[in-house]
Design a protein around this ligand. Sequence first.
Ligand SMILES: NC(=O)c1ccc[n+]([C@@H]2O[C@H](COP(=O)([O-])OP(=O)(O)OC[C@H]3O[C@@H](n4cnc5c(N)ncnc54)[C@H](O)[C@@H]3O)[C@@H](O)[C@H]2O)c1
Length: 284
Amino acid sequence: MEVKTVGVYGAGLMGRGIAQVALEGGYDVVLYNHRTPTLEKGVAGIKKGFEKKVAKGKITQEQADGWLGHLKATIELEDLKDVDIVFEAMVENMALKKEAFAKMAPIIKPEAIFVSNTSSLSITELAAASQRPEKFLGMHFFSPVPAMKLVEIINAYDTSEDTIETGKAVAKGFGKEFVTVTDVPMFIANRVMCPMMNEAAILAGENVCSYEDIDKACELGYNLPMGPLKLADAIGIDVMIEVMESLYQETADSKYRPAHLYKVLYRAGRLGRKSGKGFYDYTK
Ligand SMILES: NC(=O)c1ccc[n+]([C@@H]2O[C@H](COP(=O)([O-])OP(=O)(O)OC[C@H]3O[C@@H](n4cnc5c(N)ncnc54)[C@H](O)[C@@H]3O)[C@@H](O)[C@H]2O)c1
């Protein structure tokens, strides 16, 4: 299926990033958010993204203005009716996402494809609620979307081959590299990365080496740009507990139980960078 117009449901961090790369890819974009302030913030974020590129000489002002001319920002769901594909990028909540797809289903043209950018929820469960499961897939972007090259393309149980091919073409159109995977908990990158980070936190709890040396070993031994404890602080200790807890619940495999030290830090109010302290102290 040929995609010309891209819809984005949610103008938060991920939604505005997806809208930006779609504009840069030459698509018409309809960006929806149910609240005006978030929508305005989203549009401002896209403009800022373009301004930075103009300042760096990567694009011209005319190019930026041209792209912005293809953006329609709206709080009316009806405005999504003619899109060829819609990316859901709203809050990570199964019930709210299902409700959003159920609301979009009768409005958006039947041949359009529905996409979720969820990080952790079942694509198959969302697809079943979308009323068009064969035209449903997951496309998991990474943050910040304009800078990160990867998209994971996830097929749900009923996703058609044509839908997957369209997803691949759109990912390319957005200037991204993709990988494909069947709907499994946490897909590929997070499925590998999060247990590795959890293991680092388990080791940190054994008091056999310093936090700094765990990060240093991973940074210098594997050329990681950031060690796993620093990364957990950046993501948020609360998020790490949630992620590991959901993987543990879903698989019933004890190897995924959240590191006890994550829980200790959480109880101490040390949520990572956002609270000023996590494994490390950022207040100094
Ligand atoms: N942040 C990341 O690094 C990242 C990476 C990959 C995928 N994701 C996924 O992307 C999605 C969005 O995450 P984000 O980081 O952009 O979050 P965000 O908090 O920046 O944005 C959340 C969006 O949800 C909307 N929203 C909140 N409550 C709503 C409601 N009741 N009805 C309709 N819309 C509502 C908000 O208006 C906003 O547009 C989530 O599913 C998340 O798991 C996030």
